[in-house]
Structures are given as structure tokens and as C-alpha cells.
Design a protein around this ligand. Structure first.
Ligand SMILES: Cc1cc2nc3c(=O)[nH]c(=O)nc-3n(C[C@H](O)[C@H](O)[C@H](O)COP(=O)(O)OP(=O)(O)OC[C@H]3O[C@@H](n4cnc5c(N)ncnc54)[C@H](O)[C@@H]3O)c2cc1C
Length: 468
């Protein structure tokens, strides 16, 4: 049997503390009928099950997971429960106008608190702490981008972004500015730090206690409106249902009917050994705070509840044919880059032993536009395309799908991402060439800015292709 500890530091820490052995739940066997069949036991699937069951406790719901709950990105991510949405505010305004863009931004900000509310009321211990996120600007080009972001947020009037330029020794944000030799930073209060492994594994227990059936080691191999064929440890069978929810994110690239609507792009992470209180004091990242910087090739980090850095970034290449393999989770070149970048950002952390290295696939739609959709005629629902912003967005998706499937018109079902259909990615070899050129271009943009001291032309050209 696969050792699920390998999935991430988060899973390993649950196993290490004896909280979870990852023994798979019983698989499906034989044909069955259920009200709602949810494909995928990640946060999208589980939040959808949670809100459906809260709305109608009599509804029969079956979640079908090909490995174990949280095996996908939900059990591997950086633990930023943020208000970020893959499509920028400017792009939302261009597409939908100001009122709809404002409603979308506000819904994302509220979602951070909604996750906090549910984990508290359901007694989910997942280290949720809302300490905001700080994004460092380490040169003049980055500082100009930070100032522009704060000005744009102030003009639009929804996100409460602040510019941090200095401050007293008592202000941890000012300490982190000095510790990272930054010229400035933006601070967004709408972000919480979580232990994603604890969140997703505990949420599964919560929905089970509400009466949802979760079958593991069972893969949906074919589907059509109101029916799905599965194959797994329990054999093969047919599921008949009133509604079918596709919640497979990056893995949808290999599911009939989704395929080229999503592209798996890998994000990789490292975790260090726990650091001393003195080091954290110098670094200025307090519990609950997450951090990043203004480079184009994204990096992101958090201080874990047990005082480690969990730090990740993009840069792993796209694999031909949207391949998803355990081997793609580990790329030494990217791990080395992450370790160097963390040491460069916080010299006080240099020399900290890296104890864990892992990664996983993000789901990237062609227009970087996440969606929550439902067709009442076919009974098919789909949510995903969150890129790297799914931890909280899955919660909004779950609430929205519950309203849509329940046939209710609400503020959530009126949000502009509802029923958005992204175009398909190009067939190979165009997809391979385009995706990897995009990655090279993003890395080159950082180099160009560090040499020229001006905003990169490559970054401006890539902007429209990456949701900006
Ligand atoms: C390294 C990394 C760091 C990230 N950091 C952050 C972050 O800090 N903040 C943030 O907001 N987002 C982050 N993300 C993104 C976020 O984790 C995802 O957007 C989110 O978890 C998606 O949840 P999901 O349930 O839609 O998909 P997943 O969690 O990927 O779940 C899909 C599930 O479906 C199952 N499945 C697939 N196909 C089938 C099938 N045919 N039959 C049955 N089951 C199937 C899979 O096994 C999987 O468990 C990160 C992602 C990664 C990989």
C-alpha cells in the first residue's frame, strides 16, 4: 500500500503525531443510487458536501475519491487561506464591470472569515489563525508595483491593503521588512494561516458525522449526466444520481469531459526544522502571518504552528500530455531554488535544516478564471480552476454549488464566476511549448527587472495570459 505520509509535510506531521494513519475508507462495490455524487475528496468536494448537507440533512451524498481524502492539492498546499482569486481585480472589472467585480472581491474576503467560522463551530483544529499576509518589495521596481497595488485597492474601495514602509520595533511587520532587506511591503489583513492537512482530513470527519458517505480507493472512470462508472479496490460499478459534482481540479485533465479545460501545473514546497523563538523574533513573521514577495515567479510561505518555515514556489516545468506522476512532485532544482530563495529573503533562516520536500499539481484554466457551475438540465456541476488560490475559494465554491444544486437564487449564485466556461487549452505540442515558454518568461522577467531596474516587458506581455 502507498505510504500517504509522503504526500506532504502536513500529512507526515499528522502521521508522526499519531493523529492519522491514512487507512483508506471502504471503497464502493456494486451498483448504487445516491442523491448527489461528488467526484474528488479534496476541499471542493468536501465543502460542497458540507453545505449541501447543512441545507438539507435528508439528502444522500456520496463522495468518491480515487486515493484518500486530501491526497490532491488540498493536502499539500501552502496553507494560505486568503482572499486571493486567480483572476485579478482589474481583469474582473474589465470583464464584468465594477459592481460585479466588487461583489466578487467582497465574497472572497468574507470567505476567509467563513472558513474561520466553520472550523470554530465544528471544532476543527487546523491551526487557523488570521494574521494577514505581507508581500515584500525588495527593489525599486517591486516597490512601485506595491504602491500601485495599494493605490488601486484604495480607489476601488474593497480590499484593505496597506503600504508598510517602516515602523517601530514593536511592529512585527516592520521587523520583517528589515529582516528581509525590503524597501516596502503591502499588508493585507484578509488572510489566515492553516495546517491544510488537518483542515481537509478533519472536514472529511465532519461531513461523515453529518451522514455523507465517503468512499476511497475508488476512481470515476466515465461519466454522463446523472450517472458515473467507477473502478477501484471494491471492483467496478455504476452510480446513478440526481446531481454529479466534478471536483477533481488538476486531475480533471485525465477525466473524460474535462480534459483540456484544465492544465496541471506543479507547485513545490519545502519545510524547515522548527526555529527558535529568537530567530522568529528577528524575522518578524508572527503566528498567523503568511508572506510572499513581488517577484514574478511566485513564492509563498507561512510560519507553521510548530515554528517551521513552510515555503513554496512555482518553477517546475509543465509535463507533456498534462502528465501527473508522483515523480513530478519532487524536482531537486526547484527545491534548491526554494532553499536559496528562503535564505536570501531571511538570512536569519540560513542553515536551517530542510526536513521535508514535496509538491503537487495546481489546476490552471486557459484564462486563469476559476468557476463554480451547474446545469440544472443535466444535473452536472463543476468547480475548480483556482490555480494557487483554492484553499478558501473551494469554500466559496462549496456554498455556491449547494445553492445552485438546491435551486436557490442567492447573492452567491449571482457572482460573476458562476457558470463561467474557460476555453480549452491547445492540443500538444502547442500546450507543452506555450506552458514552458511562459514559465521561462516569468523567471526571465525577474532577471530582467533586477538588471534594468525597470518593469519587465516580458511580464507585461505575459500579464493577459496569467489572469491580469
Ligand atoms: C504545492 C501547492 C501549494 C498551494 N498553496 C496554496 C495556498 O497556500 N493557498 C491556496 O489558496 N491554494 C493553494 N494551492 C491550491 C489549492 O491547494 C487547491 O486549489 C485546492 O486544494 C483545490 O482543491 P480541490 O478539492 O478542488 O482539488 P484537490 O485537492 O486536488 O482534490 C481533487 C481530488 O480528486 C481526486 N480525484 C481526481 N480524479 C478522480 C477520479 N477520476 N475519481 C475519484 N477521485 C478523483 C484526487 O485524488 C484528489 O484528491 C496550492 C496547491 C499546491 C499543489
Amino acid at each position: 500500500m502507498r505510504d500517504y505520509r509522503d504526500v506532504s509535510f502536513w500529512f507526515d506531521s499528522l502521521a508522526e503525531s499519531g493523529q492519522d494513519e491514512f487507512t483508506p475508507r471502504p471503497p464502493l462495490s456494486g451498483d448504487l443510487s445516491t442523491g448527489v455524487c461528488i467526484v474528488g475528496g479534496g476541499l471542493t468536494g468536501l465543502w460542497t458536501a458540507y453545505y449541501l448537507k447543512k441545507a438539507d440533512p435528508t439528502l444522500s451524498i456520496t463522495v468518491v475519491e480515487k486515493e484518500v481524502v486530501g491526497f490532491g492539492a488540498s493536502g499539500r498546499n501552502g496553507g494560505w487561506c486568503s482572499a486571493l482569486f486567480p483572476r485579478s481585480t482589474a481583469a474582473l472589472r474589465r470583464s464584468y464591470g465594477d459592481d460585479a467585480a466588487r461583489a466578487m472581491r467582497q465574497a472572497m474576503i468574507d470567505t476567509v472569515d467563513e472558513v474561520g467560522r466553520v472550523v470554530e463551530t465544528e471544532g476543527v483544529d487546523c491551526d487557523y489563525r488570521k494574521g494577514g499576509t505581507i508581500v515584500f518589495a525588495r527593489d525599486t521596481v517591486q516597490r512601485a508595483a506595491a504602491v500601485a497595488d495599494v493605490d488601486a485597492a484604495r480607489d476601488f474601495g474593497v480590499d484593505r491593503l496597506e503600504l508598510v514602509t517602516a515602523g517601530s520595533v514593536d511592529d512585527p511587520r516592520a521587523r520583517s521588512l528589515r529582516a528581509s532587506s525590503s524597501l516596502a511591503a503591502t499588508f493585507d489583513p484578509a488572510c489566515a494561516r492553516v495546517h491544510p492537512g488537518k483542515l481537509v482530513r478533519a472536514l472529511a470527519q465532519v461531513v461523515e458525522a453529518l451522514g455523507v458517505r465517503i468512499a476511497e480507493k475508488t476512481e470515476i472512470v466515465e461519466w454522463a449526466p446523472r450517472r458515473a462508472l467507477y473502478s477501484g479496490r471494491g471492483g467496478e460499478g455504476l452510480i446513478s444520481c440526481d446531481a454529479l459534482v466534478i471536483a477533481t481540479e488538476a486531475y480533471g485533465a485525465h477525466l473524460p469531459g474535462v480534459g483540456r479545460r484544465i492544465m496541471p501545473l506543479y507547485s513545490l514546497m519545502i519545510a524547515t526544522e522548527p526555529l527558535s523563538a529568537d530567530v522568529w523574533d528577528e524575522i518578524g513573521i508572527e503566528h498567523g502571518m503568511t508572506f510572499s514577495d513581488y517577484r514574478h515567479l511566485l513564492v509563498y510561505g507561512q510560519r507553521t504552528a510548530d515554528d517551521r518555515f513552510a515555503f513554496g514556489g512555482r518553477g517546475a516545468r509543465y509535463h507533456w500530455g498534462s502528465s501527473i506522476q508522483p515523480g513530478h512532485d519532487r524536482v531537486q532544482r526547484v527545491f534548491d531554488h526554494l532553499e536559496r530563495t528562503l535564505g536570501d529573503l531571511f538570512p536569519a533562516a540560513r542553515g536551517a535544516r530542510v526536513t521535508h520536500r514535496w509538491g503537487g499539481p495546481l489546476g490552471v484554466p486557459r484564462d486563469w478564471h476559476a468557476t463554480a457551475s451547474f446545469n440544472p438540465r443535466t444535473g452536472v456541476a463543476f468547480a475548480g480552476g483556482y490555480v494557487g488560490d483554492g484553499l478558501s475559494t473551494t469554500n466559496l465554491a462549496g456554498r455556491t454549488l449547494a445553492d445552485l444544486i438546491g435551486g436557490h437564487s442567492t447573492e452567491l449564485t449571482a457572482l460573476p464566476w458562476v457558470n463561467h466556461l474557460s476555453p480549452k487549452w491547445e492540443p500538444e505540442p502547442l500546450r507543452f511549448v506555450g506552458a514552458n515558454l511562459g514559465l521561462v518568461g516569468t523567471g526571465a522577467a525577474d532577471l530582467e527587472e533586477s538588471i534594468t531596474g525597470r518593469r519587465s516587458l516580458a511580464a507585461r506581455l505575459l500579464g493577459p495570459l496569467t489572469g491580469h
